[in-house]
Write a protein that binds this ligand. Structure first.
Ligand SMILES: Cc1ncc(C[n+]2csc(CCOP(=O)(O)OP(=O)(O)O)c2C)c(N)n1
Ligand SMILES: [Mg+2]
Length: 303
């Protein structure tokens, strides 16, 4: 990957983390941990890998994305807004009763969302259907779906995995956000799912291990998935839940909880510093004014 592209993805993901935090704080609810762990994956998909046009969100030729772990809308909506599907300011309506930025992914309300999700285990089945339809229609679009490592404890995921292999859906790429945590503890304690590579391998999938916070490695893994013929691919992306905010990292307590004012201030300071550093590395203006203008809320938590 070119140096400039790498730097630009890093800036985008850093801003996405800040926006996701602002959304959850302003709504006083939402799923921050899994949004932060998935941010680099979502950024790579929408800014590097997927064939999408924000001006034509329903283009039949577009690549599709299904957020099977549908609770991580602070992550997905931030990336869709930055990509230009709707104004960044709309994110301030997250989870508001009068707004359209629903807490779980909603295809009828939010531009760029390809499938409504939230009931874990179901999105991947929809993605299998989309990939099968693409084959039947002779289209060359690809279908991506992001699952959580807690989500794959749902039996329906494995029915979908079986069907994808049967129909040789090489136009389907699943990504598992392997952050090791789900809603109330470590996946290893709640319902151990490892070894994931052997499980997906036994279901006749092409399996790729990747660092879910390494843009270069992610780009290469997505390219390898596209090059694999005759079977679907799964990327087992190793991530850190809460990535980017030190006191949230690796703590399942931040799965679906909003920070209080003090915690928000600390998180915001870390995320602003991270964004400034990445802007600087990209040779861009990293002044305090520019950096805070890239967030949704001001220092007092107001829009
Ligand atoms: C069918 C179903 N059961 C339970 C839930 C409640 N729930 C929401 S998120 C979650 C944990 C998901 O963990 P994981 O898939 O690892 O997500 P991540 O760590 O990426 O946030 C649970 C149990 C749900 N949304 N759907
Ligand atoms: Mg998880």
């Amino acid at each position: 990957m070119e140096h400039a592209k790498l730097r630009s993805l890093a800036v985008t993901a850093a801003r996405g983390r800040l926006l996701a935090m602002d959304m959850v704080y302003s709504a006083a609810s939402g799923h921050i941990g899994g949004s932060l762990s998935a941010m680099d994956i979502l950024t790579t998909l929408y800014f590097d890998v997927m064939r999408v046009d924000p001006a034509r969100p329903r283009d039949p030729e577009r690549d599709r994305f299904v957020l099977s772990k549908g609770h991580c809308t602070p992550g997905l909506y931030s990336v869709l807004a930055m990509r230009g599907f709707f104004p960044v300011e709309d994110l301030a309506m997250f989870r508001s009763i009068s707004g359209h930025m629903s807490g779980h992914a909603e295809m009828n309300l939010v531009a760029g969302v390809d499938m409504s999700t939230g009931s874990l285990g179901q999105g991947v089945s929809a993605a299998v259907g989309m990939a099968l339809a693409g084959k039947a229609d002779g289209k060359d679009y690809r279908v991506y779906t992001l699952l959580g490592d807690g989500e794959i404890e749902e039996g329906q995921v494995w029915e979908a995995a079986m069907a994808a292999a049967k129909y040789k859906l090489d136009n389907l790429c699943a990504i598992v956000d392997v952050n090791g945590l789900q809603i109330d503890g470590a996946t290893a304690d709640v319902m151990p799912s490892e070894p994931l590579d052997k499980k997906f391998g036994a279901f006749n999938w092409n399996v790729i291990h990747v660092d879910g916070h390494d843009f270069q490695a992610l780009e290469e893994a997505f390219a390898a998935a596209a090059a694999c013929k005759g079977r679907p691919t799964v990327l087992l992306a190793k991530t850190v839940k809460g990535k980017g905010v030190s006191f949230m990292e690796g703590d399942y307590g931040w799965h679906g909880k909003a920070p209080n004012a003090e915690q928000y201030a600390a998180a915001r300071a870390e995320l602003l510093a991270g964004l400034a550093q990445r802007l600087e590395q990209a040779g861009l203006d990293a002044s305090e004014q520019t950096v805070s203008a890239m967030s949704l809320l001001d220092g007092k938590g107001e829009v």
